[in-house]
Design a binder for this molecule. Structure first.
Ligand code: NAD
Ligand code: USQ
Length: 382
């Protein structure tokens, strides 16, 4: 298939591009490289060294013999988006290209506005380009489990059957997101559903949980292909941050009591889920929704898993309960369905001690690159 990866220079997009290229698909990457600018803005860096996009793409072509076509530009620029769609004519479009940090979206008014404009306008431009140039293509859009929030009932995969005053209907599951970033994903979901309904587009909305681990077989094959490893308080996510912190003896930053429970997924399963979605396109006019995670953990449970593996490695892991900078429930019911991708053939990499060991090892190897002052999460919700 001809697959266009929007956001293909990012944490999920780069390994997905290589995985699908390795599987024999014709892959193009579209990215405006803004993620690298946010690192500069925040004084942050990837724990692992990451090559420039043209350098990593050349390294991949040299290794695999498979070129990656590159489009550098902004999804907010419709002329650029139109040209890329007319040039590449994708059969599937994988959309990762958004501002994806909840803390970044909560810094202040301008970061909240930027996040929602970037994400909502970018996704709208993709929908219009698909309608105009590739109406049969399949949109695979990254949403997030955080769209649902933490309701006191089971979370279904996208839709909920409701009975009201004696009548029944199937409707989008109610959304109670926890940041302006997560809200942008809710807005996208509504726009995509509407575009499917009125224009007959096909789409799959993947409500992904928190991604952990860093590399896939392809990105691990040489240093020029390494994936980014975010560990700072804005873009770093729970388990990976705990490993980076432990690697230099910094106490793991569990927010509050740590009972916050989320769905988690290994990056190796992320790339496979995208492949599964691509191989099972939605029908014309349909928006499928899958919950893309494999296990639920509380953040304290994750910290304890890291602690146990790190002790076996002779490290000295500590867990600290820092004041929670977010407004979120720290002790709550959580039971989210996630069977649809398994039914389609996903064989999950569940969280093993070996995976945590690998992450800790990588963090120890690059510990000199860690800037300790990036660990505290300083962005406050209230
Ligand atoms: P990332 O920030 O590493 O990558 C996003 C990429 O998109 C970056 O390379 C960035 O330069 C590019 N981009 C952003 N805005 C753009 C624009 N307007 N035009 C062109 N390119 C643009 O993020 P990620 O971790 O790879 O996440 C990818 C997607 O998956 C996001 O939509 C995110 O919401 C979703 N997701 C991520 C996680 C996670 O834990 N990382 C979990 C659930 C869902
Ligand atoms: N947390 C800690 N300590 C830390 C970091 C986080 O206790 O050092 C807690 C947070 O308070 C939160 C939970 O861990 O309760 C998850 O936070 P996170 O930073 O790991 O992830 P989150 O902000 O939810 O966002 C990440 C990605 C985002 C994606 C989302 C999936 O950055 O793009 O949408 O995971 S989900 O959480 O399912 O919405």
């Amino acid at each position: 298939m001809r697959i266009l990866i929007l956001g293909g220079d990012g944490f999920c997009g780069w390994p997905t591009a290589l995985y699908l290229s390795h599987k024999g698909h014709s892959v193009a990457i579209l990215d405006n490289l803004i993620r690298r600018e946010w690192d500069i803005e925040l004084g942050a860096n990837s724990l692992t060294p990451i090559a420039a996009l043209n350098v990593r793409a050349d390294a991949w072509e040299k290794l695999s013999g498979r070129p990656l076509q590159i489009f550098i530009g902004d999804l907010q620029d419709y002329n650029f988006v139109s040209n890329a769609f007319q040039d590449f004519r994708p059969e599937a479009v994988v959309h990762f290209a958004e501002q994806r940090s909840a803390p970044y979206s909560m810094i202040d008014r301008s970061h909240a506005v930027f996040t929602q404009v970037n994400n909502v306008v970018g996704a709208l431009n993709v929908l219009f380009a698909m309608r105009e140039y590739t109406p049969d293509a399949h949109l695979i859009k990254l949403g997030t489990m955080g769209e649902y929030g933490t309701p006191n009932i089971d979370i279904e995969e996208g839709y909920l059957e409701i009975e009201h005053n004696g009548r029944k209907d199937v409707m989008p599951y109610p959304k109670q997101p926890g940041s302006f970033y997560h809200l942008s994903k809710v807005h996208d979901s509504h726009n995509i559903l509407f575009a499917c309904r009125i224009w007959g587009l096909r789409a799959t909305d993947l409500n992904q949980g928190v991604v952990y681990n860093v590399d896939t077989e392809e990105t691990n094959s040489e240093e020029a292909l390494y994936n980014r490893f975010d560990y700072d308080g804005v873009f770093g996510t729970a388990l990976n941050r705990f490993c980076a912190e432990t690697a230099i003896g910094y106490p793991m930053t569990v927010h509050g009591v740590g009972g916050q429970t989320r769905g988690f997924i290994d990056i190796r399963d992320t790339v496979r889920c995208i492949e599964i979605a691509a191989m099972n396109p939605a029908a014309q006019g349909e928006m499928k929704v899958y919950n893309q995670f494999t296990e639920q953990w509380s953040v304290l449970q994750l910290a304890e898993r890291v602690q146990s593996v790190a002790q076996q490695m002779g490290l000295h892991p500590e867990i600290s309960h820092v004041e929670n900078p977010r407004v979120e429930k720290e002790d709550h019911y959580y039971n989210a369905k996630h069977t649809k991708l398994i039914d389609l053939g996903l064989q999950p990499h569940l969280l093993t001690d070996e995976t945590i060991h690998g992450l800790l090892e990588k963090a120890v190897r690059y510990r000199d690159r860690i800037k300790m002052d990036l660990f505290p999460a300083r962005v406050r919700w209230s």
